[in-house]
Design a protein around this ligand. Structure first.
Ligand SMILES: [Zn+2]
Length: 220
């Protein structure tokens, strides 16, 4: 009897351990039953499957898509009108000063050919530099960033990924404003658009820098 009991306990223990390991190896995204990249032998990611890891890097959320440009545009328009009507408001002045500093610190132009070999921080710097070269109206840049903050209030992500989603969405707006560049390939007659890579880490850098600009108005 006691031997049987022991055997039973041992079987339960093994089953519990197996279940624990199993859950540990499953993607953390809601409703996802796939193995994590590490468990599937398809990468080093220990939290998500390949699909959700890519979603997280692209949007800053495993479940939520990025904000759509037309939705952001509506809020940007409203903020732009406010900034133009209140140019000497302390919050507007401070945001413009922070943006100006970010753009000045972006440094100088380097060959686009080097971009693929740059670190995410360097790529982020190049994006701000392109915005400076384009001489976009500061009020417009600030308004576009503030549109993200407004959208976060009306259409927020899950609380667990709120900060990452915010940075990524701010980063995407900066990245979009910086735009792509055109270059001719070596082969005659071939041409293609080459964009700054909007990898997750570049978006994170851009988002962190953009958050310093929007933070002054959000708090005000
Ligand atoms: Zn998944």
């Amino acid at each position: 009897m006691s031997r049987l009991l022991k055997r039973h306990q041992r079987a339960e223990y093994i089953a519990a351990r197996a279940k624990q390991t199993d859950e540990h190896q499953r993607c953390k995204a809601p409703m996802c039953t796939r193995l994590t990249r590490a468990a599937a032998g398809d990468g080093v990611g220990k939290h998500h499957c390949k699909m959700h890891e890519q979603r997280l890097m692209r949007h800053g959320s495993v479940t939520k898509d990025s904000y759509r440009a037309p939705d952001l545009h509506r809020y940007a328009k409203r903020t732009l009108e406010w900034l133009q009507a209140n140019p000497s408001h302390p919050a507007a002045q401070e945001a413009k000063a922070k943006l100006d500093r970010t753009l000045r610190e972006a440094g100088h132009f380097e060959s686009q050919a080097n971009v693929p070999y740059m670190s995410p921080a360097e790529k982020a710097r190049m994006a701000w530099m392109r915005i400076r070269i384009k001489q976009l109206e500061p009020e417009l840049v600030i308004a576009k960033l503030m549109a993200v903050e407004a959208m976060l209030k009306v259409d927020p992500p899950l609380s667990g990924e709120a900060e990452q989603y915010r940075l990524w969405q701010l980063g995407k707006v900066v990245h979009r404003m910086a735009g792509g560049y055109h270059r001719r390939a070596v082969m005659p007659g071939q041409r293609h658009w080459k964009f700054f890579q909007s990898s997750g880490l570049v978006l994170k850098h851009l988002g962190e820098q953009a958050a310093k600009v929007t933070g002054t108005i959000s708090a005000g």
